[in-house]
Design a protein around this ligand. Structure first.
Ligand SMILES: Nc1ncnc2c1ncn2[C@@H]1O[C@H](COP(=O)(O)OP(=O)(O)OP(=O)(O)O)[C@@H](O)[C@H]1O
Length: 312
């Protein structure tokens, strides 16, 4: 069941169609990636979802009912890309203040903050001031203040920026945990490798329009180019075949593209019939980064572009 349904959303600035008729659903309990290049309209979409401003046209349905920003906002946790912490305030006090704004009592908030501070190795920070934190440390604090009140919808805009790999993993595990416990996560980023690892479903926007919508797996399948990796013990006397093109050959490692009307078995048979031992064989799916570049820049096949054809 979708937690969030966006229908025909539009937001125009004076001359700019920032969001131009975008519709999609976000399933409850999923980790959803909202992707797009700079200026695509992601922040504008997120600001409508968080009730910061109203759409010019279109409807937002939250948890089965028309989105009511004033009431629904307590079910949403938003970690924007620009940080909004009070520099002079002590960290514990700040977390308490923000949690109470979200409707928690002081004792409830204290208990939850202590729990999260232990989980994210921040116990010793309580009396430090925000201005004394590094970028990564304030990122962790911002994450805690976003999820503390157990919102149904958690929106994370570039949550890993400034985090070292250990802390990025710590936060990543918490994101998986929150989704497992039923929260719905919207994850907005330019970092495609993180999206592949974390997201179930993605939407790619460009120039205010939606250009891709689907599961990461389905999108990768849709963009595959019948490319296969093959490693053999030694190259055969006859490499050429009607079944495939050799896209690249580096010693005994080959990248092959199967031709229309042929299957991977035809490719393997070509080598096996010549008595060649096959050491490894797998399909090469495009990365989300390649798909992103291809769709956004409108460039030719991003995958095959990376290889130099040797038999064409
Ligand atoms: N307040 C504003 N007034 C006029 N134009 C705006 C305003 N805010 C955003 N825009 C324009 O709307 C478009 C979408 O901007 P938006 O900030 O939503 O993009 P974004 O996808 O979040 O980009 P980024 O990844 O760089 O943060 C851009 O062309 C931007 O210049």
């Amino acid at each position: 069941m979708p937690l969030l349904e966006l229908q025909h959303l539009k937001k125009y600035y004076a001359t700019q169609k920032a969001v131009d008729d975008i519709s999609f659903n976000i399933e409850a309990g999923s980790i959803f990636g909202l992707l797009g290049p700079n200026g695509a309209g992601k922040t504008t979409l997120l600001r409508m979802i968080t009730g910061i401003f109203f759409p010019d046209e279109g409807t937002i349905t939250f948890d089965g009912r028309k989105f009511d920003a004033l009431n629904d906002i307590r079910h949403i946790g938003y970690m924007p890309e620009e940080r909004g912490l009070y520099k002079k305030m002590k960290i514990g006090e700040q977390a308490l203040y923000l949690a109470q704004l979200k409707g928690l009592s002081r004792s409830e908030a204290t208990e939850k903050i202590k729990h999260w501070f232990v989980k994210l190795e921040m116990e010793s920070w309580w009396n430090k001031k925000v201005e004394d934190l590094s970028k990564g440390m304030s990122q962790k604090l911002q994450f805690v203040t976003t999820v503390l009140h157990e919102p149904k919808l958690i929106i994370l805009d570039e949550p890993f920026s400034g985090l070292d790999p250990v802390n990025a993993n710590l936060i990543k595990d918490e994101i998986f945990g929150l989704a497992q416990r039923g929260a719905t996560i919207i994850f907005s980023t330019h970092r495609m490798e993180q999206v592949e690892e974390i997201c179930d479903h993605i939407v790619l926007v460009n120039k205010g329009r939606k250009i891709l919508d689907g599961t990461v797996q389905k999108i990768k399948q849709d963009f595959k180019e019948n490319l296969f990796h093959l490693q053999v013990q030694q190259l055969p006397a006859a490499l050429n075949s009607a079944a495939f093109n050799v896209v690249s050959a580096k010693e005994n490692k080959l990248t092959l593209q199967i031709n229309e009307g042929y299957r991977s078995n035809d490719l393997l048979q070509h080598f096996i019939q010549q008595g060649i031992t096959i050491e490894s064989f797998h399909e090469i799916l495009p990365t989300l980064n390649e798909i992103f570049i291809r769709e956004v820049e409108g460039t030719k096949d991003a995958v095959t572009r990376a290889f130099q054809p040797v038999n064409s």
